[in-house]
Design a protein around this ligand. Structure first.
Ligand code: SF4
Length: 442
């Protein structure tokens, strides 16, 4: 409950990717300027927003059922208004308003900055509003708005995507790709450093196709962030293999003290014919060449990937190719999902969909094989002293702190709250499949 009666409570639920997490934070920041304050329970809110995601299964159904759960609150509180943002808002637009009578407004990811005025409009006019137009006219200028940036923060550098992978709805829900100017980004990161941030992750659907208005590409942006700001660590996600080049590898190697030894390089499948049907624009061989270039230039770098199993037409041999590329590359971490069709996408219309039980069996096999591989690969850290950026202390175990190595490995060790935000040396003495344990070195 908010203490000041002139301040109204806002409750936001967030689904999906880091972009959405960032967008929710932006919504909170903008709404705070309009006298709203975050509340922890929907019962205490006068404004509820569902920041939706279209990437996983049954996204529209999820929105319907969540709004349905607020039916009683809406009856009890005539001031309560409910909105849906994010990708489902963009995808469904006005239709969502007609399908869900309890909803008061719908908006898309490109309309977040108008949220305070949208909410005022809904209240003042007592009208239901849908605002889900892409804004291609104004430049992409958004200062990072986070209430408590903390040790590690995400910074959007691009939005949208032009790649149209045949399984992906993002080009339809986030629109065409656009980049923020490098100057704005450097100013933004410097301000975050002043507020205590030690690590930024530069965020975009395809960061490698970043292009500043001054002509700088992603490699030049990374170099400038490393040299012209006092940030201690820089990560990025997500990169597209087709755009990963030698220039970027060289920058990563030359500025290794700041640019982290961790690259997320989504492969999606190990089979060239499936990659072609996914419109990924690289073959298995070309992907492996990129991996070789990365490993040759940045020895010891840690790699992770995204994989879709059961894409339409995926045969046993195609799946075997995926299993083998995982071994060949040696990903320390994988993020794997079963394919499921998304509206508007080409692959949803493919007639050779894979049976659900086959997809589940393949996913289980992939995880089982990777569990062993990931464990084997993590053993290389045993006995090493790693520089850990301390992120917090353990709520349940006193005297235990945790943080990440430059290779993005989560490490628990003996430490206290005064270390949060510092980079400390920790000797690894226990390797578990999903995390490492170690001893603080003095
Ligand atoms: S690169 Fe492909 S998977 Fe990634 S956001 Fe763009 S269309 Fe989607």
């Amino acid at each position: 409950m908010t203490e000041n009666p002139s301040i109204q409570g806002v409750y936001i639920t967030t689904y999906g990717c880091q972009m959405n997490v960032n967008d929710s934070e932006r919504m909170f920041s903008l709404l705070e300027l309009s006298n709203y304050q975050e509340v922890q329970k929907p019962d205490d809110a006068n404004l509820i927003i569902i920041n939706s995601c279209s990437v996983r299964e049954k996204p529209v159904h999820k929105v319907h059922s969540e709004v349905g759960r607020y039916r009683q609150l809406k009856k009890e509180n005539p001031n309560l208004i409910i909105g849906v943002g994010g990708c489902v808002g963009q995808q469904e637009k006005k239709k969502l308003l007609s399908d869900v009578p309890l909803l008061d407004f719908v908006f898309g990811p490109d309309n977040i900055d108008t949220l305070p005025s949208l909410v005022s409009e809904v209240r003042a006019k007592q009208e239901r509003v849908a605002k889900a137009k892409f804004d291609y006219q104004s430049p992409y200028q958004v200062e990072t708005l986070v209430r408590n940036p903390g040790v590690s923060t995400f910074v959007n550098i691009t939005k949208g995507c032009d790649n149209f992978c045949t399984f992906c709805i993002v080009p339809f829900t986030r629109g065409r790709e656009r980049s923020r100017s490098m100057k704005d980004l450097i100013d933004d990161i410097n301000k975050l450093v002043e507020r205590g941030t030690k690590e930024v992750t530069l965020l975009g659907q395809n960061v490698n196709s970043y292009k500043s208005d001054c002509g700088a590409n992603f490699a030049q942006l990374m170099k400038t962030v490393a040299t012209d700001t006092d940030i201690q660590r820089v990560r990025f996600t997500t990169s597209h293999p087709k755009d990963f080049d030698q220039e970027l590898c060289d920058v990563l190697q030359n500025h290794r003290s700041k640019l982290c030894d961790y690259i997320h390089l989504p492969v999606q499948s190990g089979s060239s014919s499936i990659l072609d049907r996914m419109n990924r624009r690289y073959t298995r061989e070309e992907y492996l060449e990129k991996v070789k270039m990365i490993k040759d230039t940045i020895p010891g770098v840690s790699l992770s990937t995204d994989i879709i199993v059961g894409f339409p037409g995926e045969t046993d041999q195609d799946f075997a190719d995926t299993l083998s590329i995982v071994q060949e590359v040696g990903y320390e971490t994988i993020f794997a999902f079963k394919y499921s069709p998304r509206p508007y996408t080409k692959a949803a219309k493919f007639t050779d969909q894979v049976a659900e039980d086959v997809k589940s069996a393949r996913l289980n096999q992939l995880f089982a094989e990777h569990r062993e591989l990931g464990f084997e690969l993590a053993k290389r850290y045993d006995g090493q002293v790693l520089d850990i950026l301390v992120e917090g202390t353990d709520d349940k175990r006193e005297g235990v702190a945790h943080g990440r190595s430059t290779q993005n490995k989560l490490v628990h060790f003996n430490g206290t709250a005064d270390l949060i935000g510092k980079v400390v040396p920790v000797r690894i003495n226990k390797v578990a499949p999903n995390s490492l344990k170690g001893e603080l070195q003095h």
